[in-house]
Structures are given as C-alpha cells and as structure tokens.
Design a protein around this ligand. Sequence first.
Ligand code: NAD
Ligand code: ZN
Ligand code: ZN
Length: 378
Amino acid sequence: MRMRAAVLSQQGLPRPYAESRPIAIEEVELDGPGPGEVLVEIGGAGLCHSDLSTIENLRPRKMPTVPGHEAAGIVRELGAGVRGLKRDDHVAMVFVSSCRECRYCQGGRPNLCESSWGARTEGTLVSGARRLRRLDGSPLHHYSGLSTFAQYAVVSASSLVSIPKEVPFTVAAAFGCAVVTGVGAVFNTAETRPGTPLAVVGLGGVGLSALLGAVAAGANPIVAVDVSEAKLALARELGATHAVNARAADALAQVKDITGGGVDVAIETAGTIPAMETAYALCARGGITVSAGLPAPTSSFAYRHAALVSDERQIRGSYMGSCVPGRDIPRFMGLYLAGRLPIERLFSGALRLEEINQGFDRLAEGTVVRQVLTPNAA
Ligand SMILES: NC(=O)c1ccc[n+]([C@@H]2O[C@H](COP(=O)([O-])OP(=O)(O)OC[C@H]3O[C@@H](n4cnc5c(N)ncnc54)[C@H](O)[C@@H]3O)[C@@H](O)[C@H]2O)c1
Ligand SMILES: [Zn+2]
Ligand SMILES: [Zn+2]
C-alpha cells in the first residue's frame, strides 16, 4: 500500500531542524504483514528523546529510515499465525519485539531479546524482513522494529499489546516507551517499596513517568531534579514532594537535607553523564542508582570503587523498564484508568506529520514533554 511517512536520510544535521530539515515527509510503499506480523494504523506516535538522539547521530542507525518507536493504533490486518489479536483491536506498540525463543525470552526478560537487538542494528523486523520501500524501489530501514512516524506500520505481533478502546491514542502512545521505561524502572528495576526516599533526575517523558510511578508506589519523599524550572514546577504538580535544580551549587546538600542523608533509590532519566553523576551522588549508603538514560554509546561513567563496596551501593541499567510488556502494560493501564497514573498530564500537544522537525526542535530545547504525531488525523 501507499502511505505517507517521515523519512530520516541523514544523521547529524545541525539545529534548528525547522531549517536543516533532517526528516522529510514522503509517499512510500508498505508491504502487507508476513507470518507473525500485523498491519497497524497509527493513532498517535510520541516524539521521544531516543529519536532525537538518532537524528543527532548519538545513535548510529542504518539510513534511510522511518523513525518513531512509541505509539498506539488500530489493528488493520493480521499475518499468518498471529494469535491473541484481532482486527480493530487497539494496541500499544513497544520498542523491543521478542523472538520468544532466545535465552532472554525464555528466561522471562523479553526486553533483552537477542534477535531484536540484531534487527535493530540491521533496520529490519525481528523476522529479518523489510516491508518498507521508497517509490523507486530503494529500501527504507525499520526503526526499533516499529517505524511509527507514518500512517501505518507493519510490525511483529510481539511488539503489540492490546489496550482498552477508551484510552485516547494521544495518551496510549506513551505507554509504548515513556511509561514502560519510567514506571517500569521504579516498579521492576528498583523494586520500590512504600516509604522509600526516591529521586528522579531528568524530567522528560520518561522521568515524569518515573515520577508518577514513584507516587503510585508510595515512595516518600520524592525529589524531582532537573535543570529546567518549568519541569520542576510540573513535577511538583504531579506529586514530587521536593524539587531541586541540578545546577544549584548546593543541589546535593539540599537533597541530603531533605532525605536525612540521601535517597535509597535514584532514577536517572536524562541520558547524560552529568545527570548520572548527580543521581549516583544523591544516593545514601546502601542505595541503588537506576539508569534509564541513553547517552552516546562511547560515553562512560566513573565512580569510586572502594566506596561502592563499603557503602553497598548498586548501579543498575534499566532497559524498557525491565518490563514484560504483556504483563506490565495492562497493569500500568489499569493504574491510569483508576486515576492513579495520570499519564495524560505528559501530553504537550498533537502534531501533523509536516510539523515533525519543529517538534524535535522543541524537544531539544526542553520546552515540551510528550508531543504526539497524529498522522491520520483529518
Ligand atoms: N532505557 C530505556 O529503555 C529508554 C527508553 C526511552 C528513552 N530512553 C532515554 O531516556 C532519556 C530521556 O528520554 P526523554 O524522552 O524523557 O527525554 P527528554 O528530552 O524529554 O527529557 C530529558 C530531561 O532531562 C533533563 N536534563 C538534562 N540534563 C540534565 C542534568 N544534567 N540533570 C538533570 N536533568 C537534566 C532535561 O532538562 C529534560 O527535562 C533519553 O536518553 C532517552 O534516549 C531510554
Ligand atoms: Zn523512547
Ligand atoms: Zn528473544
């Protein structure tokens, strides 16, 4: 079928993107779903910092590609052998598909699926197939097995989780990345218990999801940390008990004061090494620093090893919030529907496909949380 899609052909172009235009809207060809695959009409697709890092060339990917990895939509066609989904179902689309066979899938950690990793590097679906083409027949690569900045996507059924139809797509989209990552980091990776002193460092879509997760988990106090006063103000509205500007000279002292010596859990969701250093420094003895941010693959974080040992500190990576999507998205959706995870507060506005470059300028400036493309809106 023919459809309109956002195509990224070159990484590393300068900002403002409204002028350099790294992404162009093109008519492209999308093949129908193969075995185990599903055609989804995109209802909403969020602009995440990981897409921005790809545009910035912090994350090298095969070009040209149709980016976008956080979305929700409607099942329009099922490939052979797909079970558990039917036409017209509403689905959230998660950015790690899984093969169900590798050691990680078998071990209950599909977020680490080996085949998905290879497909991500090669720009294919997890099956190895490529369903996207330019009209001249030249290949277009898939992005995170999804490529959601388009009117439709053909994806592996393992990337999809059914969701209730009452949830608007502009909210549901965030469940595919920001929510699984942020809320999952709090519940799954950090195993946060009620009453745990906790900090979130970096208050974008992922960090504010973590903050809402921390509120739902009963963490207390909850210290929100960012470099933007507007983000700190929003965090307070969303339930942070305290807000600290990371640029303040006494930021660390403030947090130690608030928490009587540091937090037990610090969640880093900024994607920079300075933010990771802050998150690590905020922890008390025995504390865990969970990092969900993704800086350039070459950057590294240093810590004092003897203190890690004698303080029994922990550092844990958190990929897709250590989530099992089919288990966790219904749980987090349930909290949202009960009013205990107000993800709609992260929505910063709907965009047309043509507005995508400007949208990434705003994300880079830090003036928005989640902007959602609605490529099929009238
Ligand atoms: N681990 C995963 O599975 C996963 C999934 C999605 C996104 N990510 C990564 O998470 C990160 C956040 O994504 P997002 O879409 O929420 O980004 P975002 O751009 O919306 O938010 C980042 C926030 O961090 C703040 N920040 C920057 N430097 C800081 C510092 N030194 N101290 C405190 N705050 C600082 C910014 O002001 C901004 O509010 C990115 O690196 C992204 O690639 C990881
Ligand atoms: Zn993302
Ligand atoms: Zn697997």
